[in-house]
Design a protein around this ligand. Structure first.
Ligand code: GDP
Ligand code: MN
Length: 378
């Protein structure tokens, strides 16, 4: 889960990482009541990057300008995301911009510190054009990131004296934050040198959802769609994509293989929902409601391999909550005969071969939209 900059900065401050004073507002009129010193920087709070380039960050020298910028930014949509909140912060004079982040290097199976003296710009661009300007330091999982490593990193960025000490403290605290908050990424870009001090001008934090149970007081995920939230409430794994074929399967591996098959035959998955192992009739009914609710779905493809999950339970779910879009079912495994009988009684023929089923789903998706009537066999 990604956090908004203002949320990330609140956490940064708790870990002793300096951030400029700021306040979040949602109405342009609120700029008049800020206990902040001008000039201000007004920043769109969206979960996508590159706000600066998109015009979502503006400097205001007086309340008049602040109000104008606030009105403009609060009315913007950046990369498809509507701006609902704005961070007003005391602007700083930037002498130099650095980059500092901790993230997980999955291939090295450890946390890695990433730093660069070429901050402020997109780090992917720096990696492409001047890779020598990026310093990476792997962190030993048992020893953790040591203060001396923080100093070495700072020295490699060309820092000395008091700035080096500040950098080392920020780096050490950012590492501590990543570990204690169970983050996948903790990034400061830019970490700005201003008035001889280092300050985190921007803050990016991605938290590991698998560890959310350890942090019960966290805000809800702002990036989840309504259907994703609904699925989560029912303990179903659901992810939205942008095609037109809805996919339900049981088990992550089977669901991934189903997506691949559909894509292989030229179809575009609209979403996928994993009902999990041992799914009940009730879970299947919920799954059908969620997966087919997304607008623009042309076909539903249900791919079930019964193991602990019983085909008859799945079949009952299907007939009790029969979707209003054309449907292709592949059903094999435990209690297959019973499952097929339940479906056939309602005129639904289930495939055995997943490849044939995937081809049929893609074919149906190409046909002109047709009404499917409830209760009548197809
Ligand atoms: P991003 O574009 O979404 O990464 O947003 P940032 O918070 O990183 O801001 C983008 C750029 O705006 C920074 O690299 C700075 O150049 C500029 N900027 C942001 N805040 C300030 C500020 O307080 N003072 C000055 N002078 N520039 C700022
Ligand atoms: Mn930034």
């Amino acid at each position: 889960m990604k956090l908004f900059e203002y949320q990330a900065k609140e956490i940064f401050a708790r870990y002793g990482i300096p951030v400029p004073p700021g306040t979040v507002i949602t109405q342009p009129g609120e700029v008049e009541h800020l206990a902040l010193r001008y000039p201000l920087v007004l920043k769109a709070q969206v979960l996508v990057g590159g706000r600066g380039k998109a015009g979502g960050i503006k400097i205001a020298r007086n309340p008049q300008e602040a109000r104008e910028h606030a009105e403009a930014i609060l009315g913007m949509t950046i990369k498809g995301e509507q701006v609902r909140a704005l961070l007003a912060a005391e602007a700083v004079d930037i002498e130099k911009e650095y980059y500092l982040a901790f993230t997980i290097d999955r291939s090295a199976r450890r946390v890695v510190a990433v730093a660069s003296e070429a901050g402020g710009v997109d780090i992917e661009e720096v990696a492409r054009e001047t890779p020598e300007k990026i310093i990476k330091v792997p962190v030993d999982p048992f020893l953790g990131f040591q203060p001396f490593q923080a100093r070495i990193l700072g020295r490699r960025l060309g820092l000395t004296g008091r700035t080096l000490t500040e950098f080392a403290q920020i780096a050490y605290n950012l590492y501590r934050l990543l570990r204690e908050e169970d983050a996948e990424l903790a990034e400061i870009n830019p970490l700005a040198l201003t008035d001889g001090h280092l300050v985190a001008i921007d803050a990016k934090l991605i938290l590991d959802d698998n560890a959310s149970y350890r942090h019960p007081d966290r805000p809800a995920d702002q990036e989840m769609t309504e259907l994703e939230r609904m699925a989560k409430e029912h303990d179903l794994s659901y992810v939205e994509l942008d095609g037109d074929i809805a996919i339900i399967g049981n088990g992550a591996g089977l669901v991934m293989a189903t997506l691949d098959m559909v894509a292989h035959f030229g179809g575009r998955p609209a979403n996928f929902l994993d009902v999990g192992g041992g799914a009940s009739t009730e879970a299947m009914k919920q799954a059908l409601a969620i997966a087919t609710r997304k607008p623009g779905i042309r076909v539903l493809f249900v791919n079930i391999f019964g193991g602990i999950t019983r085909c008859d339970d799945i079949a009952r779910g299907i007939v009790e909550n029969r979707p209003s879009v054309p449907m292709v079912v592949r059903l094999t495994g435990t209690n297959e005969e019973e499952g097929r009988a339940i479906l056939e009684a309602q005129g639904i023929r289930a495939f055995t071969d997943p490849v044939e089923a995937a081809q049929e789903a893609v074919r149906l998706g190409r046909e002109p939209v047709q009404e499917v009537h409830h209760g009548h066999p197809r």
